[in-house]
Design a protein around this ligand. Structure first.
Ligand code: 11C
Length: 336
């Protein structure tokens, strides 16, 4: 036995990773339904050695599913969630569509698993940069309180999906082989460059990617007044986002205590030994499920301050793994 599970957007970067993770974690599935838009219908995918044929998503699929994990854009998520709800199918949505809606829990299982209990049919999966940040900073928040967070992200191209991956590869080849580089997914050439602009500009010249980190972290951590100033930057890395985070705490906390707390925190791996040049790097965190924290040191610019460096695979912990963890909790508690 197990649950009847649909994956909407099964052919995309996040959808594909969801399948891998479900298989790795041996998630108990009674029936797996892989859905995508009509152009992808008929695509054959592998799951546990068997072939699953992708179907064009329709109400009949939601009727047959207990839970649907959505790995599609905001507009399609809005369109399809209603159909899923009408058919008694609980939605775990990876898009921005419902994250800030008051009646929708926004969940990172290491931080606020209890919020799953009050879902009304939709549970939102946060933005990848937000998930990675809150897994690392929530334990410090619990131990010493937080006044202010300053975060700069170094976001991999796969945050923009398969097309982002292909663009970095193409731009790298074009640049090295002397051809003209023509940006499509990103606003500028991404190979050998950094682009301090992800998503659209919204408030006070911050981007929406940056404001998502503010709005979503406050909701997940139940810290409505937490002050956060992010700068989100796209970097020529294929996979795994990194973040430089400066924390101003309410109470003093030594780097040693922070290290001990983080070592015991769920979902966190501390990689921090400057003497041995040990710190997290995206090349090595890619393909894993944890959030890696290193460079834990006193922020010498404030009285109660810590500086940390974080890296994590944003397709896994930042999206697919987090959604599967939520599905595991729903399944274990029969909350669908
Ligand atoms: C990026 N963080 O790296 C974005 C992708 O709200 O789920 C995910 C956007 C979101 O481009």
């Amino acid at each position: 036995a197990g649950i009847r599970l649909a994956i909407v957007g099964a052919t995309g970067a996040v959808g594909q990773e969801m399948l891998k993770i479900l298989e790795e974690r041996n998630f108990a599935i009674e029936e797996l339904i892989c859905l995508a838009d009509p152009r992808e219908a008929g695509t054959k995918l592998k799951f546990k050695g068997e072939t699953v044929t992708v179907q064009s998503a329709g109400p009949e699929h939601f009727k047959k599913s207990d839970v649907a994990m959505f790995a599609v854009g905001t507009d399609i998520a809005k369109e399809m969630a209603g159909t899923a709800l009408k058919n008694d199918c609980v939605v775990i949505d990876n898009s921005y569509a419902f994250r800030l809606q008051e009646d929708v829990p926004l969940v990172v299982p290491e931080v606020n698993p209890e919020d799953i209990d009050w879902h009304k049919g939709i549970i939102a999966n946060p933005n990848c940069s937000t998930i990675i940040m809150v897994v690392a900073i929530n334990p410090i928040y619990k131990a010493a309180g937080l006044k202010r967070v300053v975060v700069s992200t170094y976001q991999a191209v796969s945050g923009a999906g398969k097309a982002g991956l292909e663009e970095l590869e193409k731009h790298s080849r074009d640049y090295l082989e002397g051809r003209e580089v023509s940006p499509e997914v990103f606003a500028y050439p991404i190979a050998f460059n950094l682009i301090p602009h992800i998503d659209v500009f919204v408030e006070d010249d911050y981007t929406r990617e940056e404001m998502k980190m503010v709005w979503e972290a406050r909701k997940i951590m139940h810290a409505p007044h937490l002050q956060i100033s992010p700068t989100a930057v796209r970097v020529p890395v294929f996979r795994s986002h990194s973040e430089s985070i400066n924390l101003e705490t309410e109470k003093p906390i030594t780097p040693e205590l922070a290290r001990q707390i983080l070592e015991k925190s769920p979902g966190v791996v501390v990689q921090d030994n400057p003497a041995e040049n040990t710190y997290p790097m995206p090349l090595f965190t890619a393909g894993t499920d944890e959030v890696y924290v290193g460079r834990i040191r006193k922020d010498i610019s404030v009285e109660n301050g810590l500086a940390i460096w974080v890296a994590a695979d944003q397709i896994r912990k930042g999206a697919a793994t987090n959604a599967v963890q939520i599905a595991e909790i729903l399944a274990a508690k029969n909350q669908y």
